[in-house]
Design a protein around this ligand. Structure first.
Ligand SMILES: [Zn+2]
Length: 276
């Protein structure tokens, strides 16, 4: 989750001078422009991360990870702190490495596989953000902007939630789990979703996404009461109501969870709990 990355940057590098390099060579000029500047602040809008540095424009590093990109964090001793396990220390696919701090406080973050890694000025940031719908994780988000698009659309709500121009930041888990939490079939066209249902979806999306950020990115949507036999530890199997649970009994009613293709990606739902 990008908001988790943003928080990590804030905690580890905020206010510090940052050293930048591009071992892969695809961001050499950008890295050279950032090298030695101070990280002033971080902002996340949906799946877009903006790191604001000291100095002249362009002062923002804009990163969008896409489906396969990711940040890997290391401590001073080159122990991996987070990110997908990197088995072999291989520089050849590191687009950007940012380092800051001294001694035990030294940290480095490596970016691999991102679809966007570029420097932008204030105008560039505004342009990127203008394309996005409201982000439920941001306190300044206006859900009415999303509702205005949903209520006029004949597209299925499960697709609309994934559309970054409608709600920014929602991924495959949320487009399945949020309609479940609101009791709405993800195939239902936006025009047939009531304002109350949308408002439930928005607040549930905000709640479950915020919880995930608090847990450092671990996504869980199930209530403890719906997770029989687990005390404390929540496994992937009982973290979700419908996501990747096709054929399994619904945790609320026992009906087999269904799966279908929607916009070339999958969606899951309980046909009993989520009326069309
Ligand atoms: Zn059910």
């Amino acid at each position: 989750m990008i908001h988790v990355d943003a928080r990590r940057f804030d905690e580890a590098m905020g206010g510090h001078v940052v050293h930048a390099e591009s071992p892969q060579g695809r961001f050499t000029t950008g890295a050279a422009a950032l090298d030695g500047r101070t990280l002033r602040s971080t902002e996340a809008f949906g799946k877009n991360l903006f790191l604001r540095f000291s100095g002249d424009a362009p002062q923002y590093l804009h990163v969008h990870l896409g489906l396969i990109g990711g940040w890997t964090w290391w401590d001073h001793d080159h122990q991996q702190l987070s990110g997908r396990p990197v088995v072999k220390a291989d520089d050849s696919n590191v687009r950007l490495r940012l380092r800051s701090g001294r001694g035990d406080a030294a940290r480095s973050a490596e970016l691999r596989g991102a679809i966007t890694c570029t420097l932008v000025d204030e105008e560039g940031l505004d342009k990127a953000v203008a394309k996005l719908g409201p982000d439920p994780l941001r306190d300044d988000a206006d859900p009415d902007v999303a509702w205005a698009k949903v209520r006029k659309s004949r597209k299925p709500i499960g697709g609309l939630l994934l559309d970054q121009a409608v709600t920014a930041g929602a991924g495959l888990i949320w487009r399945a789990e949020v309609p479940f939490l609101a009791g709405v079939d993800p195939h239902r066209p936006g025009v047939d979703v009531t304002e109350d249902e949308f408002s439930t979806m928005w607040s549930e999306m905000r709640r479950v996404m915020k919880d995930a950020v608090e847990r450092g990115g671990k996504e869980i949507t199930t209530d403890p009461a719906d997770r029989p036999g687990t005390d404390g530890h929540v496994s992937r199997d009982d973290a979700f109501y419908v996501f990747r649970r096709e054929g399994e009994p619904c945790l609320r009613c026992g009906t087999a969870v269904e799966v279908a293709e929607m916009g070339n990606r999958k969606v899951w739902w309980c046909p009993s709990c989520q009326p069309r």
